[in-house]
Design a protein around this ligand. Structure first.
Ligand code: NAD
Ligand code: IPM
Ligand code: MN
Length: 351
């Protein structure tokens, strides 16, 4: 019997609606396998912020390191200025828990869900390894003569050797063990970002010397978006900076069936990792029981797998595959079920 302690941060909008399904499915998994979960809910998000002015305290951050993993819904609320919750909660957690790898699989599960013509599951199957603690997200910059016609606003892109090296090394390791084509593509903008991405280029080459069995490729990010739509089959593992990883994984979400299908693991290989859907709090559909919970369930599966239980993760994955095959899905996937309805269906076919 193995017990995992999971910190649950539902967050805002559809966040708590979808994590509720994940908790339900993991509880069911606990009933039918030897893997058990203990959940603790953390009241973090817009409501808590509006009531108390608090985002994530140092005590909460310290407490989170005592868990096996963190399961997050989403943050972001129209009542709060953009950036406050995103930086103050999500990015703060990723940064302070040093979750320097962001794993974002782009995997089509069933041909009927991609808008791309003639593409099948074998064609859309890649792993984006996104740098997750620096780049344009570092929050370095400022205003000069703010509010005047002479205003200058800067936002610096921070790239450290340590940060670039560790994500590139992780990506090489990943390409080696993923079992597809042992292929790694560096996605950057080295033709324009002649300092930042020059460092990426050099480190990619240097670290690559230790991975002679990995096929190395390079693609500029603009061409990358074109190629992801035209020939997604050319990609296996892709490593990229924080900002580009954010953008290309929304594109990736769409080619694999939409925002309701895309999953994200914020990984600290030596510490506590955090699993979440790629999508946000979707205020336009919040509170209507119609959000697709599958991304959150895929995040739960990824969490179970990374915690060392691939067979149990596979059980969740199989149940999700069945829900897609049987059209037991929410409206965005062409089905008729509610958020709760999909969670209940997954529980009913699990195992
Ligand atoms: P979003 O991902 O919340 O929504 C984009 C579109 O996709 C919307 O039309 C929404 O209805 C739809 N959508 C998203 N998830 C869905 C689901 N599970 N099922 C069905 N449809 C779904 O992006 P946005 O509208 O740009 O952002 C809304 C808020 O979320 C903002 O405050 C933003 O900062 C925040 N955000 C948070 C995260 C996160 O916490 N990880 C990620 C992205 C955006
Ligand atoms: C994501 C989100 C976040 C990001 C925002 C909300 C800070 O878009 O997880 O993709 O840019 O990383
Ligand atoms: Mn994003």
């Amino acid at each position: 019997m193995s017990k995992k302690r999971i910190a649950v941060i539902g967050g805002d909008g559809i966040g708590p609606e979808v994590t509720k399904q994940g908790v339900k499915v993991l509880e069911k998994l606990g009933q039918i396998t030897d893997l058990n979960f203990e959940f603790e809910n953390f009241n973090i998000g817009a409501d808590h912020y509006l009531e108390t002015g608090e985002l994530v305290t140092d005590e909460v951050k310290a407490d989170l390191t005592n868990f096996d993993a963190i399961y997050l819904g989403a943050v972001g609320d129209p009542r709060v200025k953009p950036g406050v919750l995103e930086h103050g909660i999500l990015l703060d957690l990723r940064f302070s828990l040093d979750q320097y790898i962001n794993l974002r699989p782009i995997k089509l599960l069933d041909s009927k869900f991609t808008p791309l013509k003639d593409k099948e599951p074998k064609d859309i199957d890649m792993m984006i390894v996104r740098e997750n603690t620096e780049g344009l997200y570092a929050g370095v910059g400022g205003f000069f003569k703010k509010g005047t016609k002479d205003e200058v606003a800067t936002q610096e892109m921070i790239n450290t050797y340590k940060g670039v090296e560790r994500v590139i090394r992780y990506a090489y390791e990943y390409a080696q063990k993923r079992g597809k084509e042992n292929k790694l593509t560096l996605c950057d903008k080295s033709n324009v970002l002649t300092y930042s991405h020059d460092l990426w280029q050099r480190v990619f080459k240097e670290v690559g010397n230790n991975y002679s069995d990995v096929e190395k490729h390079h693609m500029l990010v603009d061409a990358m978006t074109m190629k992801m739509v035209r020939n997604p089959e050319v990609f296996d593992v892709v490593v990229t900076c924080n900002m580009f990883g954010d953008i290309i994984t929304d594109l990736g979400a769409e080619i694999q069936g939409g925002m309701g299908m895309a999953v994200s693991g914020n990984i600290n290989p030596e510490g506590v990792s955090m699993f979440e859907p790629v999508h946000g709090s979707a205020p336009d559909i919040a509170g209507q029981n119609k959000a697709n919970p599958l991304a959150a369930l895929l995040a739960a599966a990824m969490m179970v797998e990374i915690l060392g239980n691939p067979e149990e993760a596979q059980m969740i994955q199989k149940a999700i595959n069945l829900s897609l095959a049987e059209n037991q899905t929410t409206v965005d996937m062409g089905g008729k079920l509610t958020t709760d309805g999909v969670g209940d269906y997954i529980c009913s076919v699990l195992g």
